[in-house]
Design a binder for this molecule. Structure first.
Ligand SMILES: [Zn+2]
Ligand SMILES: [Zn+2]
Length: 161
């Protein structure tokens, strides 16, 4: 039996506790983003990006503030963050109204999170370890279908191991 457990809902929130949410069901996928915005936003080497159906993400405490800026892809990205402590919670991609990208570092228990791939590897820090067995892209991935299929395959494998 594997030790892997996937049992939503999963709770999360910002650093100061003003914003709280629940993730009610499985995400579309999980990938690591090495773009310069994720680096600045996380103040670390890369971001954990978790695209989810908007209906699966339930905010039950706090008021999100908004920042809009250009991403490395040139697209304009809306970010929502805690106005008190500044923790970025979600991104809203302009092309998909029913999807938000949850920032994985905000989960209380990220033990179930594993990446299906890496994006923006061309701007990864030289020492960042890119797992070559994953789906990796030098820049933005062309859509999320492949990353989504791979993540759900990997989830099935973990659950049945
Ligand atoms: Zn906060
Ligand atoms: Zn990024």
């Amino acid at each position: 039996m594997s030790d892997y457990v996937f049992k939503p809902p999963y709770s999360g929130g910002c650093a100061c506790g003003a914003i709280r949410y629940e993730l009610l069901d499985a995400p579309k996928t999980v990938y690591l983003c090495h773009c310069t915005e994720c680096r600045r936003m996380t103040t670390s080497a890369f971001g954990i990006s978790i695209p989810v159906d908007r209906q699966y993400l339930h905010f039950f405490q706090g008021e999100l503030r908004t920042i809009e800026r250009k991403a490395d892809s040139g697209r304009s990205v809306v970010g929502r963050f805690c106005g008190d402590c500044g923790t970025r919670i979600i991104h809203e991609p302009p092309h998909a109204a029913d999807m938000v990208i949850l920032r994985g570092g905000t989960l209380d228990d990220p033990s179930w999170v594993f990446p299906a791939g890496n994006v923006w590897t061309k701007s990864a820090l030289p020492w960042a370890q890119i797992d070559q067995s994953l789906l990796n892209y030098e820049a933005q991935s062309p859509g999320l279908d492949d990353l989504s299929a791979r993540w759900h395959e990997m989830l099935e494998a973990r659950l049945s191991a």
